[in-house]
Design a protein around this ligand. Structure first.
Ligand code: GTP
Ligand code: MG
Length: 724
């Protein structure tokens, strides 16, 4: 049922590290139909170890009985304590003499990683040298160091109650926190700016541009997601206006004046055709009829650290809501069991490729659909492994809101927040940079921590601090403790015995409480192409993606960029069902006719024939640099991601450093950009991309820059130069 979206990306070379290793998930889990049996059998399986050995609860390596710490990761033999159902802790989880952990916190991925390093990890501990560049260190040693930090943190704390073995020091702000604190200040600043706007003393256009850009990077877009669609379908202004104490209409008109001023800098005239967007008048059918009896489409990205249970959660949800039949589910269970990966049965509903199933990880985004009471939800199940972040970016740029899945189990939640390899961090930052401001945090695998309220509160407190620093407002973050495996708190109120302490909404209700961001029907069509399906036999080509602005219907003519070819829409599909019209926000498959297959590419854009999107390989960007170790210099080679396109980029000029709060230039032509600095740079791309200035189109004017498999900066397109 789910549609796999293959963006044609790629895993970094270092993914090959795992390629030769045989994963032995088989002996880790056994799937059983009955949930009680699942828990029982899984636990039982974890306790099976050979005599004279003890199994490390972190990396699952079987150590000799004489060892007091794990030979692979250095974890102490008796380091974890047990969480009772009430949240009390006792020190008996590791059975005396055995060191067995009843509910090991190690994720399957972590286990497999460690399993794969067995044959090459040194027998003795290797001290990690902090001065080394972590980027260059072999994966095994990075993980090793993380666990050594984990141990240090552990041994320096008194664990009277719950075991919170966090390798991070949240009391001293992390580099990302510092970046985000600045973001936060710029957020406040932007609010202040709006107040200033209300007294109409905003004079220069440069200043207006800064506000627009700062406010987006700094969390609150002036007109991004602060608008939402009211129940009756009308567009209303949300929280932001009330926060500022400004009446919505005034804010809208002032925002318009800001946007127009920004536009006027570029003249808002398409340099290719000489046409202006202001000349565009939508036709009547393009504006939705409020009486139309159709659920609004909500694009929901599922993101989070590897192995946190995103696909299992998605599969479970689809099954519970009747989108996966019992017969199909039986087939997945049977096949998964046959391959010794019974616990992945629900994930297999989304992870369809043989490679994904064999490795037990998601590699490309899976798209699935279900209906809640309020929405037709498009579920975008993202890969969590760091090698597939480019795929995650491409899929999650379509999101209206996100579900961030975190693994509650010991060590796994902490690994997700690790500044080096933690995808909880990177995904949260990326998703916020795509303009998503509403997020549901599912604290999954609560069964592993015996539904401990204390553990949930700890996760909430630590992750909450980080999310706040990314720019998520507390009121826009919903917390849902759940267990996908035991079907707790997904579509119905959980088992009273387990969730006696939780009185919030279940996941499905939390989804229904999300609000739709404003849809832009008044602008010409823009639909970045996420994927293409070519039918050789019929000579047809179909494109998939989300309409950013405008509308299309059967028979409409569309311009395909960058090939500049015109095609006619033969038919449209939403959730594999034919439909006549698709409007801004809809995620559809567009079947085209009158076009050669090779003129349509993923990463291209469908647009209105009279309003083509710009195409360029030379851009001016305003960037916010994340926690990097190697400074960005003129000549630095990076990877630029913009909507569904990816291109190699070279920084050709560093124009200025900016004050993150005011946006004012603090230094012209600096030699380099360091971590946490804001700067304006010029980049030249290897190939051209479809792009718009951010002030003109948010979706086509946001970029992320990556290097060595990590996101190093988030940015906005401030100027499109002539193609070189
Ligand atoms: P990637 O897509 O590769 O990042 O992984 P993922 O986040 O989709 O995780 P996936 O759904 O593949 O699950 C990983 C492992 O966690 C599987 O073995 C699941 O059975 C297990 N898992 C998922 N949810 C739960 C849960 O609620 N409880 C327990 N105990 N295990 C779970
Ligand atoms: Mg997955």
């Amino acid at each position: 049922m789910p549609l796999k979206v293959n963006y044609g990306v790629d895993y970094n070379d270092d993914y090959n590290v795992y390629e030769d290793d045989n994963y032995h998930y088989d002996d880790l889990y056994e799937y059983e139909n009955e949930k009680r049996d699942i828990t029982h059998q899984t636990k039982a399986k974890q306790e099976v170890i050979r005599t004279g050995a003890w199994r490390c609860p972190i990396c699952t390596y079987d150590n000799e009985d004489s060892m007091s710490e794990c030979d692979i990761c250095g974890a102490l033999r008796n380091c974890l304590v047990r969480i009772s159902q009430t949240g009390d802790s006792t020190a008996d989880t590791f059975h005396a003499g055995g060191g067995r952990c009843k509910s090991s916190g190690a994720s399957v991925m972590a286990k497999s990683l460690f399993a794969s390093f067995r044959h090459r990890a040194p027998a003795k501990s290797v001290a990690f040298e902090a001065k080394n560049d972590a980027v260059l260190i072999e994966d095994a040693f990075i993980i090793r160091r993380n666990f050594q930090e984990f141990l240090r943190a552990f041994s320096s704390q008194k664990h009277q109650n719950i075991n919170i073995a966090a390798p991070f020091k949240f009391d001293s702000p992390s580099p990302d926190d510092l970046v985000s604190t600045r973001l936060h200040s710029s957020k406040l600043d932007s609010k202040a700016n709006f107040k200033r706007l209300s007294s109409l003393d905003m004079s220069t256009r440069e200043r207006e541009k800064n506000i627009l850009i700062e406010s987006e990077l700094g969390t609150e877009g002036p007109n991004s997601s602060s608008a939402s669609v009211a129940r009756d379908g009308g567009v209303k202004e949300r929280d932001f206006a009330s926060d500022c104490g400004i009446k919505p209409e005034i804010l809208v008109s002032r925002m318009r004046s800001v946007s127009l001023s920004s536009k006027s800098r570029t003249g808002n005239v398409n340099e290719e055709t000489g046409t202006s967007n202001l000349e565009y008048k939508p036709e009547a059918w393009m504006i939705p009829d409020q009486a139309e009896d159709r659920l609004s489409q909500l694009n929901l990205a599922i993101v989070g650290h590897v192995d946190s249970g995103k696909s299992t959660l998605s599969g479970r949800l689809l099954h519970l809501l009747g989108r996966i039949s019992q017969k199909e589910m039986h087939r997945h269970e049977k096949e998964a069991k046959q391959q010794g990966k019974g616990s992945f049965a629900y994930a297999w509903a989304l992870d369809e490729s043989a490679e994904e199933r064999e490795r037990g990880i998601t590699m490309t985004v899976a798209v699935a659909f279900f209906n809640s009471r309020k929405y037709h939800v498009v579920l975008l199940d993202s890969p969590g492994h760091r090698d597939f972040v480019p795929n995650m970016i491409s899929g999650a740029t379509q999101a209206d809101a996100a579900i961030l899945v975190v693994d509650a189990s010991m060590g796994s939640f902490e690994a997700g927040l690790d500044p080096i390899g933690g995808q909880t961090r990177e995904h949260a930052l990326l998703i916020r940079s795509f303009g998503v401001d509403q997020i549901i945090v599912v604290v999954n695998k609560m069964d592993v921590v015996e539904y401990s309220q204390e553990r949930f509160e700890m996760v909430k407190q630590k992750l909450g601090t980080f999310l706040r620093s990314c720019g998520f407002k507390d009121s826009s973050v919903l917390w849902v403790p759940a267990s996908s495996m035991e079907n707790q708190n997904l579509v119905a109120t959980p088992d009273e015995r387990l969730f006696s302490w939780f009185h919030g909404p279940c996941l499905l209700d939390a989804i229904d409480s999300l609000q739709l961001p404003a849809r832009d029907y008044s602008k010409p069509l823009l639909m970045p192409i996420c994927d293409i399906i070519k039918s050789q036999s019929q000579g047809q080509v179909s494109t998939c993606g989300k309409l950013v602005t405008g509308a299309i219907r059967t028979g409409s003519k569309v311009l395909i960029m960058p090939s500049r070819e015109v095609a006619t829409i033969r038919s449209l599909e939403r959730d594999s069902q034919a439909c006549k019209i698709a409007r801004s926000g809809d995620n559809v498959t567009v079947n085209l006719q009158g076009i050669e297959n090779n003129h349509v590419t993923a990463g291209g854009v469908l647009c209105h024939p009279d309003f083509p999107v710009r195409v360029s390989n030379h851009l001016e960007l305003k960037i916010l640099v994340l926690d990097i170790k190697i400074p960005i210099l003129s000549g630095s080679q990076l990877e630029l991601h913009i909507h569904h396109a990816k291109e190699a980029a070279t920084v050709v000029k560093i124009l200025s450093l900016l004050d993150p709060k005011t946006g004012k230039v603090t230094k012209k032509s600096p030699r380099c950009i360091l971590a946490k600095q804001n700067a304006v740079v010029e980049v030249v791309l290897q190939g051209s991309v479809c792009v718009e200035e951010y002030a003109k189109s948010r979706a086509l004017g946001r970029v992320s820059l990556r290097s060595s498999g990590r996101t190093v900066a988030l940015g906005l397109v401030t100027q499109i130069m002539k193609t070189q």
